[in-house]
Design a protein around this ligand. Structure first.
Ligand SMILES: Nc1ncnc2c1ncn2[C@@H]1O[C@H](COP(=O)(O)OP(=O)(O)OP(=O)(O)O)[C@@H](O)[C@H]1O
Length: 726
C-alpha cells in the first residue's frame, strides 16, 4: 500500500494549495447560496401572487359565459405558467439542499488526470453533488458523474472512463482523499489502493448511528461496480454480513436516478424490504444524497395487495413453519388453469345489494358468451367489468326517476340535505328531486360499484381450488398467498406492475422459489437487483443463490452474479468469528484488519447469575453505544424483558411495527434486527440446547454479525458447539 499523508512536513506546499482552493470554493458556495436563497424567496412570492390572481381571474370568467372559449385558452396559458413557476421552485429547492450539503463538506476527493496530447494535468474535485458557476466552470463534480468513476475504480496510470461521447483514455496521475469540514482542511491522503484506505478505517471506527448513513466518500471498488452497472438485467449479489449490500443498493438507486434523470422517477423504483422497521432505518440515505426515496414495501404487503387482502402469515408464523417445501410446480398448474380457461368454466357470483340481486351471474355469463372467445381472458373480463358499471349506472338512473322518491326526499332532514348538497342547489323542484335521489342512490351503491371493480363477481378462491386441488384457508402461508396473488395477476392483470422499471430486493435468500418465480413473472419488464447472504437464511423456505439464478433464467432473464466478501461493519475479531462460523477459509470471507475487543463467551451456572450479567451489560453501556440483546424469537424476547425488569433504560421490540431508534438498549428477536447494526451485541443464551441445528447456526451468524465493535455470547450450562471455534 502506498499512502501519503497530507500533514507530512514535505507536503506543506501541497497543503497550502489545497487549503487555498478550499477557501476559494467555499466562498463561491456561500455567495451562490445567498443568491439561490434570495431567488427562491422571490419565486415563492411570485408563485403566491400568481395563484391569487389566477383564482380571482377564474372567478370572473366563470361569471361571464359569453367569452368562455377565450377564457379557456387563458386558463390553459396560466396553467402552463404555473407549471413553469413550480418547476423553477423545485429546482431551486434542490439547489438549496445541495448547497447546504456542500457547505458542510464541499468535497471528499480529487483526481489528477492527464488527457492524451495535452500538456497540463487537469484536477477534478468530487463531492456529494456537482457545483459550477454561471460560466459553466465546474468546481466540484458529482460523485455519479462519469469522470468520478476514475476515483472509485482507482487504477493509477493508463486507464479510461465512459463518457456520453464514448470511452476516453486518460493517464490517472494521482488520487487524493480529502477530509474537509466546511472551509477547513483536516487531512488528505494520496492512495493507490482503495482497499483498507485510511479514510475508510476512520469512518468504520466511529460509533454507530441510529440510522444508516451514506457511504459516498468511501465506496469500495467492488461496490462501485455494482452501483454503476446499467447493463445487467438481473444483478444478483451474494455478500457476507456487513459487506455493504444495503448501502450499495441505496447508492445504486441514487446513481440510477441521476444517470437516467430524464426518464426514471423514484416511484418507478420499488424496494422490497425485509420488515417495516428496515424502511425507517434506511430512510435518510437517499435524501442525504439529494434524491427522493423509492417506493418501499414488504413482500407481505405486495402479495396482500395482489391477492384480495386475504390475511397471510405474520413474520413470526413464517419463522415457525418448518419443513415447508415450496415448489414452482404449483405455479405452473395455475398458469395451465388460466391458459385453458373457457368462459363456461368461470365461477361467477351475483352482485347483490341488501339481499336483492342487482346483476346476476347469468347476465354476466350471457354477456361474456357474446364476446369473441379468442380474446385473452383478462381483456374479456375487463370489458365486462365496464359493462357492469354501466349497467349499475342505468339501474340507478332509472330508479331515481321512480315516484316513491318524492316522499323519501321530502322526509330528508336539513342535515341530511346539507350533507348531500353542501353548496345548495338551483333549478326546478322536479329536477331537484331526481338529482337528490340520484345522489342518495349513488352513495348507497358505492359498495356495489367497488365490488364490480374488484371483480368480487369472480370466485377466485374457487378457481384456486380448481387449479391446485387445495382449499384456501386464511391465514395463508406466504407461498399460498403468492400462488393466490399469481392467479389474480394472470386472470386480471392489474396495471400497477408495469410502471416498475427497477426492482430492488434485499435479503433475497429469505424468499422461497415460488415467491421469486412470482416476482420474475409479474415484473418481467423491470431490471432486478437482488442482494442477500446465504448464511443469514433464517427461514426454512429460503432459496440458495444457485437456485435464485436458475429461476430468473427460466423466466428468460440474463443474470450477472457478483460477490462481496469483506465485512465493513464488524471489527477484526468479530469478523474472524463470523468467518469461523461460516466454515473458515473455504467461506472466502476476508477479514478487515481493524482491531477491536475480543469476542466474549462467558459461562453461567444458573439463570440468576446469567441475568445479573445481562443487567450489568445494560447498566454499564458506554454512553455513546447503542446495543441490542438478540433472542431467537419474540416470545423469548418478551419473557427476557420481563425478567430483566429494566423498562427505564431498555426497550422491548417484539413486533415489526414499533421501534425506537433512540433507545440505547433494545431487546429483540434476531429476525427483526435483520439489516440493522449496533455497537455492541449480546446474543441471548448461546447454550448447547438453544443453538444446535444448521438453522440455529444461521441465526447465530446473523445475530453476531449485527455487532460493530463488541460481541458477547453468554450461555447457561453447556456452550453451543458453534462456540468451539472461538
Ligand atoms: N464503502 C464503505 N464505506 C464506509 N462504510 C461502509 C462501506 N460499506 C459498508 N459500510 C458500512 O458497513 C456497515 C454495513 O453495511 P450494510 O448494512 O450496507 O451491509 P449489509 O451487507 O447490507 O449487511 P447485512 O447483510 O449484515 O445486513 C454499515 O455501517 C455501512 O455504513
Amino acid at each position: 500500500m502506498n499512502n501519503t499523508r497530507g500533514s507530512f512536513m514535505g507536503n506543506k506546499k501541497e497543503w497550502q494549495a489545497e487549503q487555498a482552493y478550499l477557501t476559494f470554493v467555499y466562498d463561491k458556495l456561500l455567495a451562490t447560496q445567498k443568491q439561490v436563497v434570495a431567488e427562491a424567496e422571490d419565486t415563492n412570492e411570485s408563485s403566491k401572487q400568481f395563484v391569487q390572481e389566477l383564482s380571482s381571474d377564474l372567478r370572473m370568467s366563470s361569471d361571464s359565459v359569453s367569452d368562455s372559449f377565450e377564457s379557456l385558452i387563458e386558463v390553459e396559458q396560466k396553467n402552463q405558467e404555473l407549471a413553469q413557476i413550480n418547476y423553477k421552485r423545485e429546482w431551486l429547492e434542490k439547489q438549496k439542499h445541495n448547497l447546504a450539503q456542500l457547505l458542510t463538506t464541499p468535497y471528499f476527493a480529487k483526481i489528477d488526470v492527464l488527457y492524451p496530447d495535452e500538456a497540463e494535468i487537469e484536477k477534478f474535485y468530487i463531492g456529494v453533488a456537482g457545483f459550477s458557476d454561471e460560466e459553466h466552470h465546474q468546481y466540484i463534480y458529482d460523485w455519479r458523474s462519469p469522470i468520478a468513476n476514475l476515483y472509485y475504480e482507482n487504477n493509477l496510470g493508463q486507464t479510461s472512463y465512459e463518457a456520453p461521447m464514448g470511452n476516453i483514455p486518460v493517464d490517472l496521475k494521482n488520487r487524493r482523499q480529502l477530509k474537509v469540514e466546511e472551509n477547513r482542511l483536516i487531512d488528505f491522503f494520496d492512495t493507490s489502493t482503495a482497499i483498507e484506505d485510511p479514510m475508510l478505517l476512520q469512518v468504520l471506527n466511529e460509533e454507530s448511528n441510529a440510522k444508516l448513513q451514506d457511504i459516498t466518500s468511501t465506496i469500495q471498488r467492488e461496490q462501485n461496480e455494482i452501483i454503476r452497472d446499467t447493463q445487467s438485467e438481473v444483478l444478483l449479489i451474494e455478500g457476507i454480513a456487513g459487506s455493504g449490500k444495503t448501502s450499495t443498493i441505496l447508492q445504486r438507486i441514487a446513481y440510477l436516478l441521476y444517470r437516467f434523470r430524464e426518464n426514471l422517477l423514484p416511484e418507478q423504483v420499488l424496494l422490497l424490504s425485509p420488515n417495516p422497521m428496515f424502511s425507517k432505518y434506511i430512510e435518510e440515505v437517499l435524501p442525504s444524497l439529494g434524491e427522493k426515496n423509492p417506493r418501499q414495501m414488504t413482500y407481505r404487503d405486495l402479495i396482500k395487495n395482489q391477492g384480495r387482502m386475504l390475511p397471510v402469515d405474520s413474520l413470526e408464523d413464517q419463522l415457525k413453519r418448518k419443513g415447508y417445501t415450496s415448489s414452482v410446480a404449483q405455479m405452473k398448474k395455475i398458469e395451465k388453469h388460466v391458459k385453458n380457461l373457457k368462459v363456461d368454466e368461470l365461477i361467477l357470483r351475483d352482485i347483490t345489494h341488501d339481499g336483492k340481486v342487482l346483476i346476476s351471474k347469468q347476465w354476466i355469463f350471457d354477456e361474456l358468451s357474446m364476446l369473441p372467445q379468442e380474446t385473452e381472458m383478462y381483456r374479456q373480463l375487463e370489458f365486462i367489468r365496464e359493462k357492469m358499471t354501466d349497467r349499475l349506472q342505468s339501474y340507478i338512473t332509472a330508479e331515481s326517476r321512480k315516484d316513491y322518491w318524492r316522499d323519501e326526499v321530502q322526509s330528508l332532514s336539513n342535515e341530511e340535505y346539507q350533507q348531500l348538497f353542501p353548496k345548495g342547489m338551483k333549478g326546478k323542484e322536479e329536477v331537484n328531486i331526481e338529482k337528490i335521489a340520484l345522489r342518495i342512490l349513488t352513495r348507497r351503491h358505492q359498495k356495489s360499484r367497488s365490488r364490480i371493480n374488484r371483480y368480487v363477481w369472480l370466485d377466485m378462491e374457487g378457481h384456486y381450488e380448481q387449479a391446485t386441488g387445495q382449499k384456501l384457508q386464511p391465514p395463508l402461508t406466504l407461498d399460498q398467498g403468492t400462488e393466490f396473488a399469481y392467479l389474480n395477476y394472470l386472470m386480471l392483470r392489474k396495471r400497477d406492475e408495469r410502471r416498475v422499471k427497477y426492482m430492488i430486493i434485499d435479503e433475497v435468500q429469505d424468499y422461497s422459489e415460488t415467491q421469486l418465480y412470482f416476482l420474475a413473472q409479474i415484473f418481467h419488464q423491470a431490471h432486478f437487483t437482488l442482494v442477500g447472504d446465504g448464511f443469514q437464511s433464517v427461514f426454512d423456505q429460503g432459496t440458495t443463490f444457485k437456485k435464485v439464478k436458475e429461476i430468473f433464467e427460466t423466466v428468460d432473464f440474463d443474470v450477472t452474479f457478483r460477490e462481496l466478501k469483506k465485512s465493513y461493519r464488524s471489527s477484526g475479531p468479530i469478523s474472524q468469528f463470523m468467518k469461523n462460523l461460516a466454515g473458515g477459509e473455504k467461506s472466502g470471507i476476508e477479514v478487515v484488519n481493524r482491531p477491536g475487543k475480543d469476542v466474549e463467551a462467558e459461562k453461567f451456572v444458573d439463570e440468576e447469575s446469567y441475568l445479573r450479567h445481562l443487567d450489568r451489560l445494560i447498566a454499564e453501556r458506554p454512553t455513546a453505544y447503542r446495543q441490542a440483546i438478540l433472542t431467537k424469537d419474540s416470545e423469548t424476547a418478551v419473557s427476557l424483558f420481563k425478567k430483566l425488569n429494566r423498562a427505564s433504560d431498555s426497550r422491548l421490540v417484539a413486533d415489526g411495527g414499533s421501534m425506537s431508534f433512540s433507545m440505547k438498549t433494545l431487546i429483540m428477536p434476531v429476525y427483526l434486527a435483520k439489516g440493522l447494526e449496533f455497537d455492541r451485541v449480546v446474543v441471548h443464551d448461546v447454550s448447547e440446547e438453544e443453538y444446535q441445528t444448521p438453522l440455529d447456526l444461521n441465526i447465530l451468524y446473523t445475530a453476531s454479525s449485527r455487532a460493530m465493535h463488541e460481541l458477547y455470547l453468554p450461555y447457561i450450562g453447556k456452550p453451543s458447539l458453534f462456540l468451539s471455534s472461538l
